[in-house]
Write a protein of this length. Sequence first.
Length: 295
Amino acid sequence: MATLWTRGIQVCRALPRLCTAPSVQRRTSVRLMSTEKDNLLVDVDSKTGVATMQMNRPPVNSLNLEFLTSISIALEKLENEKCRGLILTSDVPKIFCAGLDILEMYQPDVERLQVFWRSLQDVWLRLYGSKMATIAAINGHSPAGGCLLATCCDYRIMAPNYTIGLNETQLGIVAPFWFRDTMCGVIGHRETEHALTLGIMYSTEEALNIKLVDKVVPQDKVIPAAQEKMKQYLKIPEVARQLSKDLMRRETVEKLRLRREDDVAAFKNFAVRESVQKSLGMYLEMLKKKSQQKK
Ligand SMILES: CC/C=C\C/C=C\CCCC/C=C/C(=O)SCCNC(=O)CCNC(=O)[C@H](O)C(C)(C)COP(=O)(O)OP(=O)(O)OC[C@H]1O[C@@H](n2cnc3c(N)ncnc32)[C@H](O)[C@@H]1OP(=O)(O)O
């Protein structure tokens, strides 16, 4: 097992220039580092060309601007390095990813809010449009943006007793069209409409029933099962596999590519609404209360 070491990712607060290009040192092992501690751990198996990306931003792997930027840069590097497969998983116990960091959207700096949204678009374009075979090893809860990351992948394996879904409406916000399209591609129009309007969080077992996830295995088998499934993808002639994936996804990818700035504007205008801010504030308060009750 070789590890990719990517050093020197500097995420600047200064906008709009977010980061300098990370310098990659090819060694026996290379690790992707981010400024916010080691919040993204990427190992590449040099024999198979399969990368394992572990999200590690405690407590819940929420996606803030810096974290999204790290993920985006890592995906770009893996693609450039011609990695063949990617297993996306979490290093935080019981949480795959809690979705977008709500603090980015609550009482936001409007300039940063837009850069934040572009960075999420970047991650989506890179992950959904990846040439790599991608498998989500969902070893924890996966609401909203976490579900988006999982549904961007080609295949999903999940551990029991967690939840997954696009719960945006429960926060008083709306999943944009490319979240919808991604989910539609996995579970179809009717189930997506049902899921989005009600903001349903599915249990692992329910997710399997509606085929939101492909396979359920015990917690300690999630990554081994992903590695096993990856072998099947890698047996397929590379170009045929990549072109088939492209055939299925290109229109959806192009739709966002063509509308990126309109989408940023729609997000910004929506997020700054008083009613939306009120809903986000109440939701944050509810999360805080729940968290304090546990302590
Ligand atoms: C017209 C339309 C045009 C454009 C679009 C418009 C709108 C925008 C759409 C945006 C799409 C949004 C996508 C999203 O991803 S929104 C985020 C949704 N996420 C959630 O609802 C998850 C909330 N969290 C949870 O349910 C639980 O935390 C979770 C993940 C099940 C874990 O539970 P547990 O282990 O018990 O941990 P705690 O709840 O105690 O949480 C610990 C700690 O983390 C804080 N926290 C949790 N989630 C988030 C988050 N997403 N962002 C920020 N902070 C989070 C929580 O408050 C606790 O903090 P504390 O300081 O109190 O310890």
